[in-house]
Structure formats: C-alpha cells, structure tokens
Design a protein around this ligand. Sequence first.
Ligand code: 13P
Length: 339
Amino acid sequence: MTLPALAETAGLLAATGKGLLAMDESTGTCNRRFAAAGIAQTLAMRHAYRELLLTAPGLGECISGVILVDETVRQAQADGTPFVQIAQEAGLLVGIKVDTGAQDLAAHPGEKITEGLDGLRERLQGYAALGARFAKWRGVFAVDGRRLPSPACIDANAHALARYAALCQEAGLVPIVEPEVLMDGAHTQQRCQQVTEAVLRGVFAQLARQDVRLEALILKPNMVIAGLACPTQHSDAEVAEATLQCLRRVVPAAVPGIMFLSGGQSGRDASMRLNALHQRPGSPWPLSFSFARALQHPALDIWAGQDANRAAAQAALVHRARCNRAALSGEYDTAMETR
Ligand code: 13P
C-alpha cells in the first residue's frame, strides 16, 4: 500500500465529519462491563452484543469506522454473513485492536507497558487479508501529582507505539496511535496537560525515530481534564482550550486527524467537550471521536442481555453517535438529549 493510499484511508476515518466506534474491549474488559450490567459473561453474549452494535440501523451516517477485537473479526451473524462484511456494507471501515494488553512495567510500581509486538507483522498481514484497513494500539499512563508517569514508562510505551505504527504502515494498515493519560486520581487539569504534553512529545520523537509517516496515522489522545477525584473541575470551554493548547504545542500539522478517546467521561460530557473543541477556530487537524464507553453507554445497560431490548439499545447507540456527529460541527446541544 502506498503512502497516498494510506493517507486517503486516514482521511476517510477522520476527516468526513464522522467518528469511530471502538468496540474492541478485551474479553476481560467486556466481561467486567457485562458483570456490572448484570449480563452473563459468555462468548454467546459477547457475540450477540457485538452483532447488535454492528447492525444498528443508521450507524454509518455518523460513524466512519469500527474498531474490532480478535474475537470479533472472524465472527459472523446467524445467517453466515461475516461481521467484517456487515460493517463494510454499512459503509464502515474495519479496524482491529492489535495490542495484547497492558502488563505491569517491571521496577515501576503502578505503571504499565503495553505488549503485543512479538509476531505482530504476521498478525497484521492476517487482519489485512480479512479486510481490516486500520489498527489500534493503546499505551496507558497513570498520573499522580508529581512522580508518575516515569520517564521509563513514557519511553517504553512510546517506543512500542512507534514500532507498532511502523509495522502497520508496512502491512498497509493505518495505525491509530493511542497514548492514554488516565483520568483516575486527584491530579489537576494543569498536571494532566503537563503529562499529556510530555507523553506526546515522547511518542512523536519515537515515531520520527522509527520513520513512521505522519501523513498516514491517526492520533487518539485523551482530552486534557482534571483527574476524576480532583475537587476542581473545569468548564467545557476550559477543557477545549487546554486540550488544543497542549496538542498545538506537540502534534505536527502533518498528522491527518486527531480522534479523541472518551476515557471514562459520561456520554454527555464527552459530547459537550467535543462540541467546545469545535467552537474554537483554527485547529490544524480535523478533530473527531473514537469512543467506546461514551458511545456504548447507555446502550449496554438498555440491552441488559435481553433480545427484546435490542432495538432500543441500538437506538441509544445511534443517538450518542448523532450527538457526537453534531458536536463535530459545533452544533451539539443538550436539548438533543431530550428529543
Ligand atoms: P473509551 O472511549 O471508553 O476511553 O475507549 C476508547 C478506546 O478505544 C480505549 O482503547
């Protein structure tokens, strides 16, 4: 795949006024969410839920691509139609999460390193043959007031993200590069900004070192938000301002799109902040969303594992997608929530 072809795919993902549905929870994470919603944690239920998401009527009006997970990418619905084909027919580009999860970083208590580079070249070729056009790898960074994340954690995860991104481009897949500064903790918004800048600087240095082509990747960062337990929380306008200031300082203009993760924000908060980001002029990049929780909730709770609730759950998913699509043109209004 040539660089222009990869750059075109990146543009289709990020620059068409739509966003991504991340439905790539690992089995462990999916089961935890099912347990919290009182849903049986079985392969059959995960299959049913992912089929519900992928077949939601109207999803393709607001969503440009879906991020699947290895368990899902070879599955098919009852009539034998592969999930990949369902996505493609709905106008959705297919992506795949290819990291194998975050493990404890040796000698650094409380910190994680994302693994999955071994055998990645072959796995990427397999996913490309199945129809995937892009991939995702998430590095996570715990924050505290002063010590975390360590330079070791930033370096190790930035290196892994860059090695992954280079392999993706070699395999003809657009890499989504996702360094997530976590919202857990009582750190201030200023601390989140400081850490996010340091992490992104580390990531872009490593991307350059590994000769990753910036025109053919998507950045998936966190917004700059105070920790969930911080007593001082900021307005949507302040979140947008800090987020844009942070990104402008460190993200090269060559990057064709930035698609935010939701990170545990409520669906409504994520939409409000995305909207605030689009009410400020002059972003060098298309800014969009690549949400899991902020799109899937409350659909998961509404479904509750019951077939009878399927249509209502799909409607809730598409509603959140529409709210976020409206936010991409600065036209989201909480009044949309009551319509
Ligand atoms: P959230 O939107 O729930 O943070 O998930 C995004 C994602 O893809 C995590 O890797």
